[in-house]
Design a protein around this ligand. Structure first.
Ligand SMILES: [Zn+2]
Length: 83
């Protein structure tokens, strides 16, 4: 079961920030453990944490995946990340 109202708001809040899901869950009075497997997968399909800068973006901003690290387009464009 996915609590769309909460999870969609969580995704909105997390996207474009450098704070982790835990931080944003606090605003809902929740913890990571409160999320179901389906909800985690749903979040995974919507946003990702850049392995280089640590900011969260939507999946359209994925530049590449190297060594299991997902890196945002901004890091690659800025030359912060060498592929
Ligand atoms: Zn980045």
């Amino acid at each position: 079961m996915i609590r769309h109202k909460v999870i969609d708001a969580l995704i909105d809040n997390t996207m474009g920030t450098c704070q982790g899901l835990e931080h944003h869950l606090e605003g809902f009075g929740m913890e990571l453990d409160d999320l179901s497997m389906e909800e985690l997968v749903y979040i995974d399909d919507a946003i990702f944490e850049c392995g280089c800068c640590g900011w969260w973006y939507d999946l359209a901003s994925i530049s590449d995946m190297v060594d299991q690290e997902t890196v945002c387009t901004r890091c690659v464009e800025d030359g912060d990340y060498e592929i």
